[in-house]
Design a protein around this ligand. Structure first.
Ligand SMILES: CC(C)(COP(=O)(O)OP(=O)(O)OC[C@H]1O[C@@H](n2cnc3c(N)ncnc32)[C@H](O)[C@@H]1OP(=O)(O)O)[C@@H](O)C(=O)NCCC(=O)NCCS
Length: 226
């Protein structure tokens, strides 16, 4: 499927899955050399390969599209020391890219507390990686299904991105067990590791998890409304 179709499908999927308070943007990174829209965003990219540089630029463009949806004027989104985008005051967001396809979500910080997005190919997860990602409580549902394994991988990455700006926690994939609800394209939390902070565990049980398969990609979202 050409990516132009995926861009439209991904945009439509995100809009359908997200609460109205969250904006989103979708883009395909270009193949030729692109300029940074804001020079302060590109300072750590001097030695990056072209694909990574363009993915970064495209991700930032998606982030500004998402921010525009929530009324934020265009501005630089530099990177902090941990590699997180620095969002404008009173906003928050998340960025993902996979093979040049990029998307971002953004929300007012007084409406949403945690927000994570992740995009993954569904046909690339090795058997070894599946073993690392799938929790024993998830094993019967996933069996050897690579697409379902990729869905769990992606949802856990979205969760990681959502919690990191608040907690800086670095959970393992098996610290979280999720149940897939195919009929509603939701996931629910079966278990969260007891070594994580109690407040994070409590918030995790209240988070919304959503997903959609689009061609050979899966997009996942995780958020908590205030
Ligand atoms: C940080 C991480 C989640 C990024 O995911 P990825 O699939 O490799 O890459 P994506 O393209 O989806 O996301 C990259 C973007 O995430 C953002 N990001 C980077 N580090 C981040 C962090 N610690 N927290 C939140 N967002 C982060 C950035 O915006 C980055 O894009 P940019 O550099 O162009 O700005 C991943 O590399 C990682 O370290 N995972 C840890 C293991 C894990 O997920 N465990 C799950 C436990 S339940």
């Amino acid at each position: 499927m050409p990516n132009v179709i995926r861009i439209n499908d991904l945009q439509t999927a995100l809009q359908a899955l997200l609460p109205v308070t969250v904006g989103c943007g979708v883009q395909q990174a270009v193949g030729e050399v692109e300029a940074f829209q804001y020079k302060e965003e590109g300072q750590h990219m001097a030695n990056a390969v072209l694909a990574r540089r363009n993915e970064f630029i495209s991700g930032r463009r998606c982030a500004r599209m998402a921010l525009a949806h929530i009324g934020q004027v265009s501005c630089a989104l530099p990177q902090d020391a941990d590699g997180l985008p620095i969002w404008p005051a009173a906003t928050m967001g998340s960025i993902t890219h996979s093979r040049g396809l990029c998307c971002a979500v953004a929300a007012p910080a007084d409406k949403i507390m945690y927000l994570g997005v992740d995009l993954e190919k569904t046909n690339r997860l090795s058997v070894r990686a599946m073993e690392r990602v799938v929790h024993p409580l998830e094993a019967a549902t996933v069996a050897e299904d690579q697409a379902l394994g990729s869905l769990l991988f992606s949802a856990k990455e979205a969760f990681y991105k959502a919690q990191y700006p608040v907690w800086g926690a670095q959970p393992n994939f098996k610290d979280l067990a999720l149940q897939i609800h195919h009929d509603t394209q939701q996931l629910s939390v079966l278990k969260i590791a007891s070594n994580l902070p109690a407040q994070l565990r409590d918030a995790t049980h209240r988070m919304e998890f959503r997903y959609q398969f689009i061609g050979d990609y899966v997009v996942t979202l995780c958020w908590l409304e205030l």
